[in-house]
Design a protein around this ligand. Structure first.
Ligand SMILES: NC(=O)c1ccc[n+]([C@@H]2O[C@H](COP(=O)([O-])OP(=O)(O)OC[C@H]3O[C@@H](n4cnc5c(N)ncnc54)[C@H](O)[C@@H]3O)[C@@H](O)[C@H]2O)c1
Length: 440
């Protein structure tokens, strides 16, 4: 498979690279003037170099990996036997009819919860994540530790790394892919538009290419977004409604993803299910989302910005609790049909689906703040402002009848109950005592 155009980008931002240069070894050896010590240090270096070579090159796939990345060594364990063993162990099935799933964005909010749920029911799960610093990477590392404790290994890498993906598919015959890696967030697109193109468009194509070439081809379930409904006024939003007026670059890249999915389904027979999530919240959530940053600011006595649209109307969201989203992801996986392609060509029509996953009851943002105030036992300091034109939409509301009829999707957690669970997690995770004890 050809490497993607994105291969020149560092796949793991901030990760240290060790330059390999034979002249460096020579220079070090020459620095020692006494013949005895020069020999000792020179041969020590040769021995260490040989051991390193053996670890990386001992398997044929390790050799392939090193040929592609000959100038840099990202991590001593990459491509080695230990790395392969961790992946194989993580993909191991604990039930006879289980799925073997590659979860992209596994150290993310939704990715962590989905991976844990799959592992819990006995499926094989391997994660991949680039641990970028869009928000605090230490939270992603904590999620990774949680996953590791449950036997889920997260490969550190970028979905634009075609060689890495090919390697994973050659090691493990994944039956399914849950694709959640993306540049999320609506407002950040005004600051760093390239990151949306990198992950949500180029990354998606690189992943689909890997799935197309894999044998067997996996069925794919991936996260689109309710933001594709853009500025629509007709509510609740149904899958058949128009999605051609996105209000943000984020929404536009998700919409593009849906069209790209159609192409790969049509030409190559990939079975693809797109899920339009509606404002997901809960424990281990994303710090850039309003419910999370409000909690932080309310506890610190910092003012929070509340936006008002035209006629003083506050935006409302169909907030959906993470466990309900996980149920929707698992329902989609369990009803996904097999891909029909092999060797890069399709052998029959393949399944192509899109589902809304929402809670079906929009809540105005000030109501969310009231609930947080109740659980945090602190009054929020509110800045009421006009809604800026930054890509946010005024209202979301899901019609979920399609998911309900296909796999019995039925969200059961309302905003008050879900925020109670979130606040409880937040206070524990950030070790924040309240004046009075938090009651269940
Ligand atoms: N949380 C929501 O409310 C919501 C709503 C609609 C859609 N979505 C979609 O659901 C998915 C999961 O969202 P989330 O809230 O868990 O976000 P998240 O940011 O917590 O998770 C995404 C993960 O993907 C990783 N990632 C990003 N680009 C990558 C790349 N190029 N290669 C490898 N890893 C990469 C990130 O490091 C992160 O850990 C995303 O596709 C998002 O667009 C989320």
């Amino acid at each position: 498979m050809a490497p993607s155009v994105q291969d020149s980008c560092p796949s793991t931002p901030g990760k240290g690279k060790i330059e390999r240069s034979s002249s460096h070894f020579g220079r070090v050896a020459n620095r020692w003037q006494s013949p005895g010590s020069a020999h000792f240090f020179f041969w020590s270096f040769v021995l260490v170099g040989f051991m390193f070579y053996a670890v990386v090159h001992i398997s044929p796939s390790g050799l392939h990996f090193m040929q592609h990345h000959s100038s840099t060594v990202r991590d001593l364990t990459w491509g080695g036997l230990l790395w392969e063993k961790q992946i194989e162990h993580s993909a191991h099935l604990k039930r006879e009819t289980g799925l073997v799933v590659l979860v992209t964005g596994a150290a993310g909010f939704v990715g962590t919860h989905v991976s844990l749920a799959l592992k819990r029911r006995g499926d094989g799960v391997v994660g991949i994540d680039n641990f970028n610093n869009y928000y605090d990477p230490s939270l992603k590392r904590s999620r990774q530790s949680l996953l590791e404790k449950q036997g889920v290994f997260v490969v550190e890498g970028d979905i634009n790394d075609a060689v890495l993906l090919e390697r994973l598919f050659s090691l493990i015959p994944f039956t399914h892919v849950v694709h959640l890696a993306a540049q999320a967030g609506v407002r950040y697109a005004m600051e760093n538009p390239g990151s949306y193109v990198h992950s949500n468009i180029a990354g998606l194509v690189t992943l689909f290419e890997a799935c197309k070439a894999a044998n067997p081809q996996p069925a794919i379930v991936w996260a689109s977004s309710s933001s594709v409904y853009g500025l629509n006024l007709k509510t609740p939003f149904s899958e058949t409604d128009r999605t051609d007026q996105p209000a943000s670059l984020y929404a536009a890249t998700k919409k593009a993803g849906e069209e790209i999915a159609h192409t790969y389904n049509h030409i190559y027979g990939l079975s693809i299910t797109g899920l339009r999530f509606f404002t997901v919240y809960g424990p281990w959530g994303r710090p850039d989302m309003a419910y999370f940053s409000f909690t932080k600011d309310i506890l610190r006595g910092k003012p929070i910005d509340l936006y008002q649209g035209p006629n003083g109307i506050y935006p409302a969201r169909d907030f959906t609790y993470i466990d309900d989203i996980v149920k929707g992801c698992l329902g989609s996986l369990d009803t996904a049909k097999k891909s029909t392609g092999s060797g890069g060509a399709k052998n029959g029509t393949a399944q192509l689906r899109v589902f809304n996953l929402g809670n079906t009851s929009p809540v105005p943002v000030p109501r969310l703040v009231n609930i947080l105030e109740k659980y945090l036992r602190v009054k929020a300091i509110k800045n009421i402002m006009r809604m800026p034109k930054n890509g946010d939409v005024p209202f979301t509301h899901a019609n979920i009848s399609h998911a309900r009829s296909e796999f019995g999707y039925n969200p059961t957690t309302d905003l008050s109950m879900g925020l109670k669970k979130f606040v409880k997690w937040y206070l524990t995770y950030y070790d924040t005592p309240l004046d009075r004890k938090f009651h269940d």
